[in-house]
Write a protein that binds this ligand. Structure first.
Ligand SMILES: [Zn+2]
Length: 342
């Protein structure tokens, strides 16, 4: 997508995007090397939207903002859009620093608490079992078992959450932002739309450059999350072309409907690739990863790539194009449906 002509602000300062909307870009130590955080100016004070990963770089960046451009008004509310570490990681310390209440959706709060409660050993065992089911190499399964919790590594102890629901509104002096919750990239991500002014904080569900990661959940690896994401994208096709969209990564853009259609096509292409491959030989998640990505992975990428491959296989099962069975080693095998002839 073509970026809007708005540059990200330098570290420690904000870029104004609308009368009541501001943008900061925080560094991340991943291949996706930044996250966009947003702030709304309201009569009661600042509403902070997402918090960054729990590390020193995030702490320093928040310190610079809270003593700099945000210093004039109190922080009255923190919204965590979803439970992923780059959005929720620093929520606890930020709540302590500002005294503000933290809000998220019920499903995101539940998922965060469940993940955070898993000790390193339990997380490792669950991931190793999942990787085994996926047919990943033995050394990958072994490494996962002793690697501890990737969630706790990047997330400070969680704050108390208050709940936001779809349809709730956040009023500012300039407009009214309506809460949506959607399932796909996560369980019930909060996004905010001011339809009247044509502004949409889409966070991680509609991104201009990369395709949002849609991954099977390690506690429910059979679930067809892609169906939910397709439902979201079908709705997004109808977005007004001139609506400004503010995503969780990369840059602000327009033509959200075009982007939604591109993402539908992208996932359908992946589904077709896997379906065609399964006609030749049954697939595991590992061999599906080869079909989709055709390259080797680091640990961080392994987690997302295997989840992504699995979710596409799950969707093919739920629409009847593949069926799944577990072999005698405990590995899930996906086979093309046998053609029934009369
Ligand atoms: Zn995310």
């Amino acid at each position: 997508m073509i970026p809007l002509d708005i540059e990200a602000a330098q570290k420690g300062s904000l870029r104004q995007l609308a009368d009541d909307l501001f943008w900061a870009r925080f560094d991340l130590p991943f291949r996706l090397n930044h996250i966009n955080l947003y702030m709304l100016a309201t009569a009661e004070g600042w509403v902070l939207i997402d918090t960054g990963l729990n590390n020193d770089i995030t702490a320093q960046h928040w310190q610079a903002l809270l003593t700099g451009p945000l210093a004039g008004k109190p922080v009255c509310q923190i919204i965590v859009t979803h439970h992923h570490v780059d959005h929720i990681g620093y929520a606890g310390p930020l709540a302590a620093l500002t005294g503000a209440q933290v809000y998220t959706s019920a499903a995101e709060a539940e998922h965060a608490k469940w993940l955070y409660a898993l000790a390193g050993e339990d997380f490792g065992n669950l991931l190793a079992e999942t990787y085994h089911r996926y047919g990943l190499p033995v050394q990958t399964v072994k490494a996962a078992r002793t690697d501890g919790s990737r969630y706790r590594r990047n997330t400070a102890s969680l704050p108390e959450f208050r709940l936001l629901r779809a349809g709730d509104e956040i009023k500012t002096f300039a407009g009214s932002w309506r809460v949506r919750t959607d399932k796909g990239h996560s369980d019930a991500q909060i996004s905010l739309m001011d339809r009247e002014r044509g502004l949409f904080l889409s966070v991680d569900f509609l991104l201009p450059r990369i395709s949002p990661n849609i991954s099977a959940d390690i506690r429910d690896p059979d679930f067809d999350l892609l169906s939910a994401y397709f439902t979201y994208l079908e709705e997004m096709i109808e977005l007004p072309a001139d609506m400004q969209i503010f995503p969780g990564h990369d840059w602000p853009f327009r033509n959200g409907g075009v982007r939604a259609q591109q993402l539908i096509d992208h996932h359908n292409h992946r589904l077709d690739l896997l379906s065609a491959a399964a006609q030749k030989a049954p697939l595991t998640v590992w061999s599906a990863m080869d079909e989709l990505f055709g390259r080797t992975f680091g640990d961080h990428e392994m987690y997302f790539a295997s989840g992504e491959a699995r979710v596409h296989l799950n969707h093919l099962v739920s629409v009847g194009r593949l069926h799944k069975r577990c072999d005698d080693r405990g590995i899930d095998i996906f086979k093309a449906q046998d053609v029934v002839t009369a």
